[in-house]
Design a protein around this ligand. Structure first.
Ligand SMILES: O=C(O)CCC(=O)C(=O)O
Ligand SMILES: [Fe+2]
Length: 352
């Protein structure tokens, strides 16, 4: 696989996932060959000093800041527990996501995501960068999902909207806390150093996307890919991967490492913007999702970012003669355009 590949011309067929329920063998369109499928298996290095890695951090503990910094530098990912999000809401969110994906294909097509859009039902947005299709379907939400939910369930959409809005609110609060912890761990204060990111004139303009992902049972998981390797463009991403294995993170020297699900924990990914803000100290983690033969896996990813037009640049306090400025300033909306063209080399293209 060439991560620098340009998107190929999309046809309508490329925008819509398979009707997975009616497929018993892996179609050629979804069969990743050894040249397109990263061949290295999850590493044996996933255990370090008897602890599963990336680390699981109790963010209620006084020493959590140091653990967060260490995880962001070493892995670009960690799991959080003791975060205050009720377990019942995890279950309700997963239940509603499963309810959506179990609708008949024709119903889901009513809310198909447009080719360059963010919200609605469809293939992974990164699909155009890869020669094969992924064994997954997704549904993107920004703000209220009510317009789409009304089309999916004309009589019965209130609960879906209530649960998704509650989940978004909880994720946003937790992201604010985690971004604050990351900055504090670098010796920065939110007030001084994050002015670009603060709500202006009392209204909160941070931009967030909630992405529901579905990985149906796959007849030939070794040749299929749930979600191909990528980094997230966000500042941070919070992922609920339910109780089923599938997420893997890439670590130099260790290869692909499985992130073991921990009940009630959320995975935190450092995103590209946080790598920029931290002047390269924190690593935007390369990750992927694999599929399996027996369980339909559902995950929810909450991408947390600054206002579209806020300029993101490395924090001045982190730049000195030993740590030269690594990235030019960029607005998130501009960065997303760069990512659409350059994909996994987007960070390189704004490097000084
Ligand atoms: O489902 C997963 O484990 C990964 C999801 C993900 O990386 C994404 O939605 O960006
Ligand atoms: Fe991701």
């Amino acid at each position: 696989m060439n991560p620098n590949m340009k998107p190929k011309t999309q046809t309508f067929n490329h925008l819509l996932p398979l009707d997975f329920d009616n497929v018993t063998t892996l179609p050629n369109s979804h069969a990743w060959s050894t040249t397109t499928l990263p061949s290295d298996n999850p590493s044996d290095h996933a255990i370090d000093d008897g602890e599963p890695l990336p680390p699981v951090i109790d963010i209620g503990e006084p020493g959590a800041y140091n653990l967060v910094r260490h995880a962001c530098e070493k892995w670009g990912a960690f799991q959080v527990i003791n975060h205050g999000v009720p377990l019942s809401l995890f279950h309700e969110t997963e239940f509603q996501a499963r309810r959506l994906f179990s609708l008949p294909t024709e119903r889901k097509m009513l809310v198909a995501r447009p080719p360059s859009g963010t919200t609605g039902y469809g293939l992974a947005r990164i699909s155009p960068f890869f020669p094969k299709l992924m064994w997954s379907e997704g549904f993107g939400i920004m703000g209220s999902p009510v317009e789409h939910a009304r089309q999916l369930w004309p009589q019965d959409h209130a609960k879906f909207c209530e649960v998704m809005e509650q989940w978004q609110a909880e994720m946003k609060t937790l992201c604010e806390k985690i971004v604050g912890m990351m900055l504090s761990s670098l010796g920065l204060t939110h007030e001084e150093d994050m002015k670009w990111f603060e709500p202006k004139s009392g209204c909160d303009r941070t931009q967030c996307v909630l992405q529901l992902n579905s990985y149906p049972v796959c007849p030939d998981p070794d040749r299929a890919m749930g979600l191909a390797p990528h980094t997230d463009s966000s500042l941070v991403t919070l992922l609920n991967q339910s109780n089923i294995n599938g997420l893997q993170v890439h670590k130099d020297g260790a290869g692909w490492v499985a992130v073991e699900p921990v009940k009630g924990a959320l995975v935190v990914n450092v995103g590209d913007l946080m790598q920029i803000v931290s002047n390269g100290k924190f690593k935007s983690v390369l990750h992927r999702a694999v599929v399996n033969k027996s369980c339909h896996r559902v995950s929810t990813a909450f991408f947390y970012g600054p206002p579209w037009d806020a300029e993101v640049s490395p924090l001045r306090k982190l730049v000195d003669s030993d740590h030269p400025l690594l990235y030019r300033p960029v607005k998130w909306k501009e960065y997303l355009q760069i990512k659409k063209n350059d994909f996994n080399s987007a960070l390189e293209s704004i490097r000084l």
